[in-house]
Design a protein around this ligand. Structure first.
Ligand code: MN
Length: 260
């Protein structure tokens, strides 16, 4: 039986990264594209609840949705796969890295999270660069990783965040590191300026502060020329905090007794 692979992105259905991914996966499974009809970067895990969604077939097995990347996974999963689920969800290839704390903003990573929540092995793949993206090495790597996951991983809730240096040839990459999520810091996160009518405006952006070379993080792996693979937990619970919180004796009794 032929495997079914659902792919999406947050750069929009016309982004080159999506189509090269499809091309490189086409011999390992039947590839279905369900992607936003325009760029929806930095939409995080948002879903559209307060208006109807439209899904347009643009060619065989390729659909554009006027919603978020997570909307695309939900619609694709429910409308295109009646009896058998897709075997794999891939989100990307994103134009720009998804590293450290930024992953909760990321439409790319959150679409993969949605796949895992639906019980489908998933990964997000992003090229760490701002311009002149070389998609081929990322597509080659995505193909190899897909084969490994399909063959060897039975836990269907696995989700990986993959970042790849922007190299012309995959031979320029030093190797693969399994990493933890690093910390990102921005300086001047909010830029203030004045519009042509004299009114103030604000622009969230800012420059990345140089990050110390923390051990084993995604950011460090990328800065040293490696591919970074971070396994992501769907369960965001900070288990280590629970004993500390218990010691605070937070209770409703003090409120009931009118003491605090
Ligand atoms: Mn993007």
């Amino acid at each position: 039986m032929k495997r079914k692979i659902l792919i999406t992105n947050d750069d929009g259905i016309h982004s080159e990264g999506l189509w090269i991914l499809k091309k490189y996966l086409s011999d390992i499974g039947e590839v279905f594209i369900v992607a936003p009809d325009r760029e929806r970067s930095a939409t995080g895990h948002a879903i559209t609840l307060h208006r109807p969604l439209r899904m347009h077939r643009i060619k065989k097995n390729a659909y554009a949705v006027d919603g978020t990347p997570t909307d695309c996974i939900i619609l694709g999963y429910n409308l295109l796969f009646k009896d058998e689920k897709p075997d794999l969800v891939i989100s990307g290839i994103n134009k720009g890295g998804n590293l450290g704390d930024d992953i909760t903003y990321s439409g790319t990573v959150c679409a993969a999270l949605e796949g895992a929540m639906l019980g489908i092995r998933s990964f997000a793949i992003s090229i760490v660069a701002e311009t002149n993206f070389n998609f081929k090495p990322a597509a080659q790597f995505a193909r190899m990783l897909s084969l490994k996951l399909l063959k060897n991983i039975s836990d269907r809730h696995i989700v990986l965040n993959v970042n790849i240096p922007n190299v012309r040839d995959i031979r320029e990459i030093k190797g693969v590191k399994f990493t933890r999520q690093g910390k990102r810091k921005y300086e001047e996160l909010v830029i203030q300026n004045v519009d042509p009518r004299g009114k103030k405006y604000y622009w969230i952006g800012g420059n990345l502060e140089p990050v110390p070379n923390e051990k084993d993080t995604d950011i460090t792996a990328i800065s040293r020329g490696y591919i970074s693979i971070t396994p992501v937990n769907l369960d965001m619970t900070d288990y280590g905090r629970i004993p500390e919180l218990k010691k605070l004796q937070i209770s409703i009794n003090t409120i009931k007794n009118g003491k605090n």
